[in-house]
Design a protein around this ligand. Structure first.
Ligand code: HEC
Length: 424
C-alpha cells in the first residue's frame, strides 16, 4: 500500500471515529494526502489537519478567500459533521487565521433579465455533488463524485435518495437515457455504468483498453448512442446501449485532456481539449478526429455548448473569456468575461440560443448570461456562494440545472421568460 493511501486511510479512520457519521465511502474518491501546505500554529491546528484532509489537502483552506468564524462553520458543516466542541475550535482557528480577504468578488453586471435560484443540500456530506441532470419524469439526478454516489431529487417535494455505486466507480458525471436509466462515468475505475432506478441495479461496462483511464463527460446523440470523453486516457468513446459495443479513439494531440462535449444539430460531437488550445470534431460514423485550434495558445477550454446555428461556444478557462468557433470557416471570436481575466469560466450551456456560463474563480461563484444577438452580458452571484459550478445543463422547460461542489448543493435556476426578449 502506498504512503498516500495509508495517509488517506488514517485520515478517514480518525474522521469516522470522531463523528460516527463520516461515511466510509466519502473520502475514497477525494484527494486527501496532499498535505504539503503548512497551517499556522494555534489551538485547533491539529484538529484541522486531521478533520479536513480526508477528502482534500489543506490548500483548499490556505487558498480560500477566507471567512468569519460563523461562515467557516457553516461552510465545513456541509463537508463533515464534527461534534460541537471540535466544530467550535475548528471554526475559531479558521476564523482567526483565515479571515475574509477581499479580491475574489465577481463584478456583477446588472440587466433586465430576472432569474431565481433554488438550491438543495444533498444528504451525504462532502460528496462533491455535481452535474445534475433531469430524467424524463422530471426528477433531478446528481453525481456524488467523491462519495461514489448517484442521487435523485424530487424538485416538487424536496425528497432525496442516494444510491451507492459499485466500489471504485467514483462517478465524474451522469446523464439520463430516454427510459430514465442513469448512465454514470466511472472515473475511478475505467467503467461506464447504467443504474436502473427501478431495481437499483447497475450494469457495468468495462472500457476495452486499460489506457482508457478517467471516463469524464457523457452525452447521448439523437440515435440513443452514448458518447463520452476519457480525459487522462486522451480518448473519446462511443457506447451502443443496444449491444454494449464500445469504441474508443485517441485524440491526435498528446495529453489533450478531452473534457466537455456537446452534440450539434447533425449529430456530430464536439469536444473541448482542455490540455491544449483546441476543440475537436468527432465524425459520428468513422470517429475520425479533426482538431480546430483557437488563436491564443495559452487558451485552456473546459467545455463547449452549441447553438441552433451550429456555432461552437466555449469557455476559455485560462484566459477568462467566452469564445465562439465557426466550424465552417474556422473563424474564432472571443469576449472578455465581466469579472476579468482571472475568472476561470468553467461550465457552459446554450438555452434558446442564449449562452449561460460561470466565473468559477470568483467567490461567490457567478452565473453569467450572454446574448449572442446583442453581445450583452448580465450576471448573478450564487446564493450559497462558496463552491464551483463544473457543468451546466438545461431542464426540458429551458431552465438551468446548477450545483456548487464545495457546499454540497444542487439547484435549479428558473428564468423569468417575461423578462427576456426571446420567445420564451
Ligand atoms: C467528506 C469530504 C470532505 C471533508 C472531510 C472536508 N471537505 Fe472541504 N471540500 C470537500 C469538497 C467535495 C469540496 C469541493 C472540492 C471541489 O470542488 O473540487 C471541498 C472544498 C473545500 C473548500 C474550498 C471552498 C471554495 O472556495 O470552493 C474549503 C475552504 C474547504 N473544503 C474546507 C474544509 C475544512 C475547513 C474541512 C474540515 C473542517 C473540510 N473542508 C473537510 C469535501 C470535504
Amino acid at each position: 500500500m502506498s504512503r498516500l493511501s495509508i495517509l488517506w486511510l488514517t485520515a478517514a479512520l480518525i474522521g469516522a471515529m470522531w463523528t460516527g457519521e463520516l461515511r466510509a465511502q466519502a473520502p475514497q474518491g477525494g484527494q486527501g494526502g496532499q498535505q504539503a501546505t503548512a497551517l499556522p500554529d494555534g489551538a485547533g491546528k491539529e484538529l484541522v489537519q486531521r478533520a479536513c484532509t480526508a477528502c482534500h489537502g489543506v490548500n483548499q483552506i490556505t487558498n480560500s478567500t477566507g471567512y468569519t468564524r460563523e461562515r467557516w462553520q457553516a461552510l465545513f458543516s456541509t463537508m463533515i459533521k464534527l461534534p460541537d466542541p471540535q466544530a467550535a475550535t475548528v471554526a475559531q482557528y479558521l476564523g482567526t487565521h483565515f479571515p475574509p480577504k477581499p479580491g475574489r468578488e465577481p463584478k456583477l453586471v446588472p440587466g433586465p433579465v430576472q432569474i431565481s435560484f433554488r438550491e438543495w443540500q444533498v444528504p451525504t456530506l462532502g460528496q462533491r455533488s455535481r452535474d445534475p441532470v433531469q430524467s424524463p419524469d422530471g426528477m433531478i439526478w446528481w453525481a456524488g463524485h467523491w462519495g461514489n454516489i448517484v442521487g435523485r431529487l424530487n424538485p416538487r417535494t424536496g425528497e432525496m435518495r442516494e444510491w451507492t455505486l459499485p466500489q471504485g466507480a467514483r462517478p465524474h458525471s451522469i446523464t439520463s437515457d430516454r427510459a430514465g436509466n442513469i448512465w454514470y462515468m466511472g472515473n475511478g475505475n475505467g467503467t461506464v455504468g447504467k443504474l436502473d432506478p427501478k431495481t437499483g441495479q447497475a450494469t457495468v461496462y468495462i472500457l476495452p483498453d486499460p489506457a482508457a483511464r478517467d471516463p469524464h463527460t457523457p452525452a447521448f446523440d439523437r440515435n440513443g448512442v452514448l458518447w463520452f470523453t476519457v480525459q487522462n486516457g486522451n480518448m473519446v468513446g462511443r457506447l451502443n446501449p443496444a449491444n454494449g459495443d464500445i469504441r474508443l479513439v485517441k485524440i491526435p494531440t498528446p495529453d489533450a485532456d478531452p473534457y466537455g462535449m456537446d452534440i450539434d444539430s447533425k449529430g456530430v460531437p464536439w469536444v473541448a481539449l482542455t490540455g491544449t488550445y483546441k476543440i475537436a470534431r468527432i465524425d459520428p460514423v468513422t470517429m475520425a478526429v479533426r482538431e480546430y485550434p483557437v488563436p491564443d495558445q495559452k487558451s485552456r477550454i473546459r467545455r463547449v455548448a452549441i447553438t441552433s446555428d451550429d456555432m461552437i461556444w466555449y469557455v476559455n478557462y485560462s484566459l477568462g473569456r467566452l469564445g465562439r468557433l465557426n466550424p465552417v470557416t474556422g473563424e474564432v471570436k472571443e469576449w472578455q468575461s465581466p469579472s476579468g481575466e482571472d475568472t476561470q469560466p468553467y461550465a457552459i450551456v446554450a438555452v434558446d440560443d442564449i449562452i449561460w456560463y460561470n466565473e468559477s474563480r470568483r467567490r461567490p461563484d457567478a452565473l453569467v448570461r450572454f446574448d449572442p444577438k446583442t453581445e450583452r452580458f448580465q450576471s448573478w452571484a450564487f446564493p450559497s456562494g462558496v463552491g464551483t459550478l463544473r457543468n451546466l445543463r438545461a431542464t426540458a422547460d429551458g431552465n438551468l440545472l446548477v450545483h456548487q461542489t464545495s457546499v454540497n448543493r444542487i439547484g435549479v435556476v428558473t428564468i423569468n421568460r417575461s423578462t427576456t426578449t426571446s420567445s420564451r
